[in-house]
Design a protein. Structure first.
Length: 309
């Protein structure tokens, strides 16, 4: 009975949250001057470049999970098996709850002979690493923007946030936080044999951070394609915006692929560097582009590694 009440409360909170997002987006759109969009000249080459860059960043991600697997199994998973598991399960992000993404990865990994326990832990660690690495890229790039236009308190808060993210990525701290999160989500303790060592964690962080950095650059190129007046400092800031919004979207377990959550954050923060009308167009195109890239990731992986044949 108590569990049913908790489930009902959770559903109500999720519905209320999405209602708030819908109200925000509707009010945002209602305040737009659509005549501004008629003056927008799109640079097709930059749009293509943005798509290529973001696709390349996604193709890097399976290597991070491979580094985590190598840490526990000592065996090297073949590239075709690695990309088959990752590309198929990645599409499961569009199903609410993140269960299909992680659960699909675990199921497919078991079919390739990977221990189920290892698959569960590495999939969980992979998700956590992506959230922290996105946040790290975002906070660092916020620091490299023009700080003369914001208050000293905001600058200090950014320094503190960056330091906190880096601190959380230290192996003892990271393992402790993962253990707490695992206990909350799975309702059981994480065995110490599944803790990450510094070498494997460093390799995983390096790959994911590079991937998220490249992705942030690719997404920001989208703004340049629509708004060439964007300065270098504003370009750097937009990388931070897309990275932080992605991190928060991934952490929102109830949102399919973070949809609605990250877009709302992007609309709020991108308004600092571009007109609201441009921001709305960019966010809409980036969302469509993300779906196209996810499908391209699967198709390219299948063509390159010829799995399921």
């Amino acid at each position: 009975m108590e569990k049913d009440k908790k489930k009902l409360l959770k559903k109500i909170l999720v519905y209320l949250f999405y209602m708030a997002i819908v109200v925000f987006i509707v009010r945002y759109i209602a305040g737009l001057d659509f005549s501004v969009l008629k003056q927008v000249k799109t640079n097709g080459w930059l749009l293509l470049l943005s798509t290529v860059i973001r696709t390349c960043s996604l193709l890097m991600l399976p290597l991070s999970w491979k580094a985590l697997l190598d840490n526990f199994t000592g065996e090297r998973l073949r590239a075709d098996s690695l990309y088959k598991i990752y590309a198929k399960s990645w599409l499961g992000r569009y199903i609410p709850g993140k269960v299909a993404w992680v659960g699909g990865k675990i199921y497919l990994a078991a079919q390739e002979g990977i221990d189920t326990g290892v698959a569960v832990i590495t999939s969980f660690l992979d998700s956590v690493l992506q959230v922290f690495s996105c946040m790290l890229v975002g906070t660092v790039f916020f620091l490299f923007t023009d700080t003369t236009k914001v208050s000293a308190r905001t600058v200090y808060a950014l320094y503190a946030l960056t330091a906190a993210v880096i601190f959380c990525l230290l192996p003892p701290v990271f393992n402790r936080l993962v253990g707490i999160a695992y206990r909350i989500i799975k309702h059981k303790s994480l065995e110490e044999r599944y803790y990450m060592n510094g070498r494997a964690l460093g390799k995983g962080i390096g790959i994911v951070t590079l991937s998220k950095l490249v992705s942030g650059i690719g997404t920001s190129v989208m703004i340049l394609a629509l708004y060439p007046a964007l300065s270098f400092g504003q370009f750097v800031f937009s990388i931070g915006v897309f990275s932080v919004s992605t991190a928060i979207g991934m952490a929102a377990l109830f949102a399919p692929a973070g949809m609605g959550v990250k877009e709302s954050i992007q609309l709020l923060l991108l308004g600092i560097v571009a007109p609201r009308e441009i921001c709305a167009l960019v966010v809409a195109l980036v969302s469509i582009q993300s779906v196209v890239i996810d499908l391209a990731f699967y198709v390219i992986s299948k063509l390159l590694f010829r799995f399921d044949k």
